[in-house]
Design a protein around this ligand. Sequence first.
Ligand SMILES: C[S@@+](CC[C@H](N)C(=O)[O-])C[C@H]1O[C@@H](n2cnc3c(N)ncnc32)[C@H](O)[C@@H]1O
Length: 461
Amino acid sequence: MRSVKVEKVVFGGKGLAHFPNGQAIFIPKVLPGEEVDIEILKRKKDYVEAWPREIVTQSQDRGKAECPYFEVCGGCSFQNVSYEKQMEYKEGFLKDSLVRIGKFDEAEVMKKMKPSLPSPHPLHYRNKTEFSFQRDEDGRLKVGFHNPRKRFHILDIDACLLHSETAQKALESVRKLAEKCDLDVFSPRTPKQEGNPKGFLYSIIFRTNHQDDILIALNTNESDFPEDEKNRWIDWFQKDLGKQFIGFVQIRKNRQEITSPESFELLWGAETFEDQVLDLKFKIGPKSFFQVNREMATKMIEIVQKEVRNRSQKGSILDFFCGNGFLGMSVASLAQQVTGIEIEPSAVREGRLNLELNGVTNYTFHEGNAHVILRELLEQGETFDTLIVDPPRSGLGRKACKTVLKTQADTIIYISCNPTSLAHDLTHLTSEYEIESFQMLDLFPQTYHLETVCILTHQKK
Ligand SMILES: C[S@@+](CC[C@H](N)C(=O)[O-])C[C@H]1O[C@@H](n2cnc3c(N)ncnc32)[C@H](O)[C@@H]1O
């Protein structure tokens, strides 16, 4: 066991320390300034991953996590500090990335930083959670999250403080059910064990909407859900969840063939339900991509609407990486035309239904790779006044940045869920755009994740 001093916490939620030879050590659940005895979990070429065995000197910022699983669970990074401190850390991650990776001047960055927006509810904000099943060697059933210390092991969890009251009731219900029922639980094999993983139940997804209604989906192998068991599960959920229980779906997938397609089967009730953000309605299923923190997604929409209102008068908007059109649809009434580009066919399918549901007639979806489709649209002579850019964690990348630059749009509203890729992309985009502002939004309290809205304006020559 070795003792090290934590210098700071970094994006990824871990504390950073160094061995005397300069090698970096990443340690979860520790705070800046703390001296920690560590156990080394993994040695990589340039750094090591460690686990805190004992906090030798505690930070004054350290508090008691509300969740009894915090110290062992991989879900939350920061329940051991106040919410204000979490916001301070996240602002630090953003500033650090822009200065260290983007090489932007720190004073300039700070001048352009708008006040961050915290989540009104730092707990119980998630509208979707997924719990895995496992039966361990002595036959005990586990329902929970993956154990961050032991690959292939599930950490048994009775309660999660991030999801809603109804989802919590459903979790309690499922635990009792899975213990009683005759369904086989999937038991993944570690590399040392022989044979393929087997068993019927993989995991369960809870999705709740603005009324805290709940859709439940069971991820299983390809077998049929036995009829008597199916009825037992439905009766049980109806008894425990009452009217809030809206639908029950089976999602079949062959885990031994990674690429096997999933097939959905409605077991009871509805396959989708409606969720609402401001005056927009969305029909979503258990696996649809939808912002998990509804209150903060509302704030995000309000920022995008304000920016669009301030700029192009009924111009043409590109909703780049549009998902189901969540952001673009919110500004359709302020635009002449909105064009959405998205790679995931199911998101586009759901998006088109959402257009109908909201009576939006000036939004067109294109399915495919974002920068390829955009290049084709530009070649066909399409022009855009404003770009809403909301890429996945990997960011735009050099190629897509180049295509974005070709649009010569007046304004880019870049929404980023990863300050590291944002910083990289900005190094390309600032060749022709000026950064007007940054604003951090906390959609994921207790975790290290953060969202940034960056506004860029074209420097017309
Ligand atoms: C952060 S989400 C944003 C979704 C949407 N703007 C929203 O707020 O719901 C990123 C989206 O990019 C899509 N995506 C990922 N890679 C893509 C690519 N190469 N081309 C187009 N879309 C892509 C994902 O499927 C996902 O829907």
